[in-house]
Design a protein around this ligand. Structure first.
Ligand code: PLP
Length: 398
C-alpha cells in the first residue's frame, strides 16, 4: 500500500493526537457546583483535593499549585536552591524542569541518562557533584521511575535534596512504593495530556512538615494565613514573612481534579493495557526498539516512546515521523535535550556532545499516541500505520 506521504490512502483521515484528556459529565458538574458556591478559589475544594491526593500516593502532605511548573519552582525554592547553587538534572525533559533552577539564579547541571529507561544515571550524577550542588532533580521519563534509591542514597551522603519531577508518573510504582511517597519532594502536573487534569495545575507531595508549610506560604505571596482561614477565625491581620508568588490553584480546578481521582487507577491500567498491546504487536518489527520496564518498577505510561534504528543515514527518524503524521497518527518527539535549546546555547555556549546517551536517544525517539481515552480502534490504527511505514523504510516491501 502506498504511503500517505507519497499520495496513498492514509490509515486515518482525522489526526489521532498523542495525548488527550477524558472528562465525564460528573466532572463538569463538579466544576459548576463550585461556580455556584461561595468560594471559587482558596475554598474548601483545595483541602479536599490535597487530602485525597496525598492519601492516594501515600504521602503525608500534598500542596497544590497553579501549574506543574509553579510546583517545581516552589519545590526548588523550598529546597533552599539559590544564587550560586547547582542542581543536577536530566537533559531529556520538558524545559520547565531546568528553567525553574535558572529562576533561582542557580545553575542546572545536565547529567546523562541510562540507556534502558532514559532517566538520570546515578553514576553520571555522582560525576557532576560539586561543593555547590544543592539538589538532584530526576524526571520519571515517560512514566518510568528514575533510580530513586540510588539518588536518595547519594543525597544522604552529600546532604542534598531530591526533587522528583513526576509530571509523567502519577500512578507509577517503584520497589513497592507509589511515586509521590519516595523522594523528599515529588512534583506532579495536571496539564491536559497528563493522567489527571485541572486544565493547568500541579502538586508537590512530601512527608516533611517543614517543606509543606513553606510550600503553602510560597504559593500565597509568602503570607502565613490564607483568606479563608482568616475569615473563619475572624481575623484581618496577616504577615508576609518571605517573598512568595501567587501560585494558587482555584477551587474550580481542584473540584475537577477531585472528581477524576477515583478513576485514576482505571486510567493508568488502561494505559498499561495499551502499552502491552503496542509491545505485543510492534515487538517483532524491524527498525524499531520499544521502551523497556525494569522488574522493580511499574510505569504509568505517560508516553510510549519508541526508538527508530537510524542505521547510517541519520535521517530515518525524520522521514518516519513525517510518514506517520501523513497517515493521521499524531506522533511527537520527547525531548530535545534541554541544553540544545537556543536559549541555553546562547547563555551557556554550544554543548553538543555533553550527554551522548540522551543525544543519541533524541535522534531516534518517536512518541506514539498514548492516552487512557484511546479506543481499541485507535490503538489498531497506530499499529497498522507503524507497520505500514516501517515495512516501507526497513524491509523494502513497497
Ligand atoms: C508537563 C511537564 C512539566 C510542566 O508541567 P505544567 O503543568 O505544564 O507546568 C514539567 N516537567 C515535565 C517532565 C512535564 O512533562
Amino acid at each position: 500500500m502506498a504511503l500517505a506521504l507519497f499520495g496513498g490512502e492514509p490509515v486515518r483521515t482525522t489526526l489521532l493526537p498523542y495525548g488527550h484528556q477524558s472528562l465525564t459529565e460528573d466532572d463538569l458538574q463538579a466544576v459548576l457546583d463550585v461556580l455556584r458556591s461561595d468560594w471559587i478559589t482558596t475554598g474548601p475544594k483545595i483541602d479536599e483535593f490535597e487530602e485525597a491526593f496525598a492519601s492516594d500516593v501515600g504521602a503525608k502532605h500534598a500542596v497544590s499549585f497553579s501549574s506543574g511548573t509553579a510546583a517545581l519552582h516552589g519545590a526548588v525554592v523550598a529546597a533552599g536552591v539559590g544564587r550560586g547553587h547547582e542542581v543536577i538534572t536530566t537533559p531529556l525533559t520538558f524545559c520547565a524542569t531546568a528553567n525553574v533552577v535558572l529562576h533561582q539564579q542557580a545553575t542546572p547541571r545536565f547529567a546523562d541518562v541510562t540507556r534502558d529507561t532514559l532517566t538520570l544515571d546515578p553514576s553520571e550524577v555522582e560525576r557532576h557533584l560539586s561543593s555547590d550542588t544543592k539538589a538532584i532533580l530526576p524526571v520519571d521519563y515517560a512514566g518510568h521511575p528514575a533510580d530513586l534509591d540510588e539518588l536518595l542514597s547519594l543525597s544522604e551522603r552529600h546532604g542534598l535534596v531530591v526533587i522528583e519531577d513526576a509530571a509523567h508518573a502519577l500512578g507509577a510504582r517503584y520497589r513497592g512504593q507509589s511515586v509521590g511517597s519516595v523522594s523528599h519532594m515529588t512534583v506532579f502536573s495536571f496539564h491536559p495530556v497528563k493522567h489527571l487534569t485541572t486544565g493547568e495545575g500541579g502538586m508537590v507531595t512530601t512527608d516533611s512538615d517543614a517543606y509543606a508549610q513553606q510550600l503553602r506560604s510560597l504559593r500565597n505571596h509568602g503570607i502565613d494565613l490564607d483568606a479563608r482561614a482568616r475569615q473563619t477565625t475572624g481575623q484581618w491581620y496577616y504577615e508576609m514573612t518571605e517573598l512568595g508568588y501567587n501560585y494558587r490553584l482555584t477551587d474550580m480546578a481542584c473540584a475537577l481534579g477531585l472528581s477524576q481521582l477515583p478513576r485514576l487507577k482505571r486510567n493508568v491500567q488502561r494505559r498499561r493495557d495499551i502499552a502491552q498491546h503496542y509491545t505485543d504487536k510492534l515487538g517483532a518489527m524491524d527498525g524499531v526498539s520499544l521502551p523497556s520496564v525494569r522488574s522493580d518498577s511499574e510505569s504509568s505510561w505517560h508516553l510510549y516512546p519508541v526508538r527508530i534504528d537510524q542505521g547510517h543515514t541519520n535521517s530515518k527518524r525524520g522521514e518516519i515521523f513525517q510518514a506517520l503524521r501523513a497517515e493521521g497518527i499524531g506522533v511527537n518527539v520527547h525531548y530535545i535535550p534541554v541544553y540544545l535549546h537556543p536559549y541555553y546555547r546562547n547563555r551557556f555556549g554550544d554543548r553538543a556532545g555533553l550527554c551522548p546517551v540522551a543525544e543519541k536517544a533524541y535522534s531516534e525517539l518517536i512518541s506514539l499516541p498514548m492516552f487512557h481515552g484511546m479506543m481499541d480502534s485507535d490503538v489498531d490504527d497506530v499499529v497498522e500505520a507503524v507497520d505500514k511505514v516501517l515495512s516501507y523504510f526497513f524491509t523494502g516491501i513497497r
